[in-house]
Design a protein around this ligand. Structure first.
Ligand SMILES: *[C@@H]1O[C@H](CO)[C@@H](O)[C@H](O)[C@H]1NC(C)=O
Ligand SMILES: *[C@@H]1O[C@H](CO)[C@@H](O)[C@H](O)[C@H]1NC(C)=O
Length: 473
């Protein structure tokens, strides 16, 4: 483009802008943020209540050549959104949807009733304290898609980090009001890879793009994969110490699985893992003290219902929430309301994509080196762990943190939640570790109130609450 042309284009743009400004203010702002307006979600099917916050959903193209687009859903904070930080939530898998897990059964405002058609408000939604953004990543997950079907067979850690970075470069253009806003990344499980990897990509991007700096302040991961060796070592010890597997299987796991990767285990290790699963029985390994979502649970639940009076004050734990989401997010009217490209995106909405999971191309054996790099840059980094998860248990996380050899600032202590021990905390130089007592793999699902306390403490950079001493007065 010649200089003259460029000057002309800029002139034309300003001219059109002015014209609209004179004619109608609303049209002017619509022109500048047109896509943002189009992505606004009005009342959703099954939403029988009014809300005090705005939300938007749609796509951001991360690769034009191949036609890759990631689906996002943004919820503004309930109060004063313009003064609150932006918090991203990612789920893992690889292949699992942040809409299905993070939003609909953990930290999002909208959860789905048993009928799969009706929504209810989550009283502990994280948009009480921040603007929260969910992104389904990579392509092939949830409503995210690629027009090049081969892309779904070639996802991996590296391409996911690159696409996620591109997502944010573009997303901040779509939502310029968030440019420069304090930005935090949170999530769990396999997002223990995505989150440090994206943080590293953002930090490097910022070095080379002074005009497009993404104001990343820190990240927080829960029950996160961090290091294949420590994750496995800690997992076997957890399974054995809580009494879920036999002594013999414990020994064999340590012999045959020692140095294999977490995702791609050896044939012999797989055999012992199968034996261990058999020994554990029909249990929810993501939350060992709560009932699994099985036919048995449904039968038990029906019996219970018949005995109980209607109108429970407190919503009982429901292990089958994912099933309700599968019904809801496959409704065509719901997909329309969310601006889903149903022609391009996966034909059936799934909580996790087997295709993405089975074809994962590269998985870092450890992300501890990224922690070492980022800790020195002064990012706020928190790691939390629900202590009744047998998939990425608290023991695994402790081994990984120990390997960082960080000096302790504030020693191990209990933290409190309304007079009860909510868990434990240790603060290191550059990293804070929080155990959430009685929570499974998805901490905000099992301990929603405590998880809200956690995000509040994280965002304000303060320690977890101590036991309040009751005064005499
Ligand atoms: C929601 O707001 C509308 C318009 O103000 C009102 O007519 C309606 O009764 C409200 N619904 C509920 C459930 O509060
Ligand atoms: C995918 O292809 C459809 C048309 O088939 C097009 O409308 C859409 O914009 C493409 N998506 C991307 C991300 O390029």
């Amino acid at each position: 483009m010649s200089t003259l042309n460029r000057v002309f284009n800029i002139f034309l743009f300003i001219f059109i802008g002015k014209l609209h400004l004179i004619g109608c203010r609303a049209i002017f702002s619509l022109d500048l943020g047109g896509q943002q307006e189009l992505d606004r979600v009005s009342k959703l099917p099954g939403q029988n209540f009014n809300i005090s916050f705005a939300h938007s959903a749609g796509y951001v193209t991360v690769n034009e050549e191949f036609g890759r687009a990631l689906f996002y859903w943004l919820f503004e904070a309930e109060e004063e959104p313009s003064s609150k930080p932006l918090v991203l939530w990612l789920n893992g898998g690889p292949g699992c949807s942040a809409i299905g897990y993070g939003l609909a059964e953990e930290i999002g405002p909208f959860h789905v009733e048993k009928d799969g058609k009706t929504l209810y408000l989550n009283p502990n939604s994280w948009n009480k304290v921040a603007n929260i953004l969910f992104v389904d990543t990579p392509v092939g997950v949830g409503f995210s898609y690629s027009n090049t079907s081969n892309d779904l067979l070639n996802n991996g850690d590296k391409s996911t980090a690159a696409d996620n970075l591109e997502f944010f470069v573009q997303w901040f253009k779509l939502f310029p009001q968030y440019k420069g806003r304090d930005f935090y990344i949170t999530g769990e499980s396999y997002a223990g890879h995505y989150i440090p990897q994206l943080s590293q990509a953002i930090v490097r991007h910022n070095l080379n793009n002074e005009e497009e700096v993404i104001n990343l302040k820190g990240f927080m991961v829960g029950n996160a994969l961090i290091d294949d060796f420590y994750d496995q070592l800690g997992r076997f010890q957890f399974l054995w110490s809580v009494g879920m597997i036999s002594d013999q299987t414990f020994k064999q796991l340590n012999i045959f699985c020692d140095f294999g990767s977490f995702l791609h285990t050896s044939e012999q290790c797989n055999k012992v893992l199968d034996i261990s699963l058999e020994e554990m029985g029909d249990i929810d390994i993501y939350s060992i003290f709560t009932p699994p979502c099985t036919a048995n649970f449904n039968r038990f639940n029906q019996l219970l219902k018949r005995k109980k009076k209607v109108g429970l004050i407190k919503r009982a734990y429901d292990p089958c929430t994912l099933q309700h989401s599968v019904i809801y997010f496959n409704l065509p009217e719901v997909q329309n309301a969310l601006h889903v490209h149903s022609k391009n995106s996966p034909s059936k909405w799934e909580t996790c994509s087997d295709e993405v999971n089975k074809n994962w191309k590269d998985s870092a054996m450890s992300v501890l080196n990224i922690y070492r790099e980022l800790i020195h840059l002064g990012l706020r980094i928190w790691i939390f762990s629900g202590d009744s998860d047998a998939v990425v248990p608290v023991t695994s996380t402790r081994y990984s943190i120990d390997a960082l050899e960080l000096p302790t600032i504030s020693p191990w202590r209990a933290w409190y939640d309304y007079g009860q021990v909510g868990g434990w905390i240790q603060e290191y130089q550059g990293l804070t570790f929080v155990v959430v007592r009685g929570a499974g793999h998805e901490v905000p699902l099992h301990k929603p109130k405590q998880a809200l306390t956690l995000i509040k403490s994280f965002l304000s950079g303060t320690s977890m609450p101590k036991l309040e001493t009751l005064s005499d007065s």
